[in-house]
Design a protein around this ligand. Structure first.
Ligand SMILES: [Zn+2]
Length: 268
């Protein structure tokens, strides 16, 4: 019961998401603008205008935000996901007031008394679980919001569900917006003499990279367009590979002799 009340408070306290409120527009990310601009003419698809006059009877259902964790590979490739949401619905027993009238006998008289609604515990809302199939578009970034039409709170018109993207950490790649960062370990001779190397991309592809001679540790190589893909007509991100210098393993006797030679040369 306490959990449901907390739940209700949480959703009630979200500003700018109520029916007919246009104030929330300022919060929409660039992602929203670019990705969803083509759907129903962008903001006009919300239907705020249409419901404003009817809010007194049955308001448009509120938009719901729900976090979603996505692996970096999934962000690069896109995919489908079955998610479970808990959407607060107006309690059908009390109609959202949190109280119901109950007849009580006081002596010889019967009186109506207002008591806490047993269905919702006085919260006025209750959580409804739903399973939804959602499409993860390729190229989503940290903090992006994926809109799932009509899966918000029910009402005269159902609100929308917004999935707030959180990208999970990856062992080899870090994402910053659409750009990707990865370490590029090479052996010392490759850094000194230069070499052609291959980087395994996030989606399994092979990226060729030329290391020029005398490349110092920490040197950053930019692979244009090899970051996370673009959404619609935008630009893909870049991949930044930072050179790390490793030593050979194991150091065999001939290798050791060669390094001794390098040391002598350096000292002279
Ligand atoms: Zn109730």
């Amino acid at each position: 019961m306490e959990r449901e009340q907390e739940f209700a408070r949480q959703y009630r306290s979200q500003p700018g998401q109520g029916a007919g409120e246009a104030a929330g527009f300022g919060d929409f990310s660039d992602f929203f603008n670019t990705y969803f601009a083509g759907e129903g003419g962008g903001f006009s698809g919300f239907g705020f205008e249409g419901t404003r006059g009817r809010t007194a009877t049955r308001p448009r259902g509120e938009d719901i935000e729900h976090p979603i964790e996505i692996s970096l590979e999934e962000a690069a490739r896109g995919g489908e996901r079955t998610i479970q949401t808990e959407v607060p619905e107006t309690c059908p027993t009390c109609g959202g007031s949190g109280f119901v009238g109950e007849r009580r006998k006081v002596g010889s008289r019967t009186v109506m008394e207002s008591v806490t609604c047993a269905t919702c515990g006085g919260a006025g809302v209750r959580a409804t679980r739903r399973q939804i199939q959602v499409k993860i578009p390729a190229g989503v970034t940290e903090g992006a919001r994926i809109r799932v039409r009509g899966e918000g709170q029910r009402g005269a018109e159902a609100g929308d569900l917004y999935l707030r993207v959180h990208l999970l950490p990856h062992p080899r790649f870090a994402a910053k917006g659409r750009d990707l960062y990865t370490p590029l370990p090479v052996l010392d001779d490759q850094a000194v003499l230069g070499d052609e190397v291959t980087i395994q991309s996030l989606t399994g592809g092979q990226l060729q990279l030329r290391i020029p001679p005398a490349s110092q540790a920490g040197k950053v190589f930019r692979l244009k367009g090899k970051g996370l893909p673009a959404l619609k007509d935008g630009l893909p991100g870049d991949l930044y590979a930072t050179l790390e210098i490793r030593i050979p393993e194991p150091i065999t006797p001939p290798l050791r002799d060669l390094y001794e030679g390098i040391r002598k040369e350096r000292a002279s």
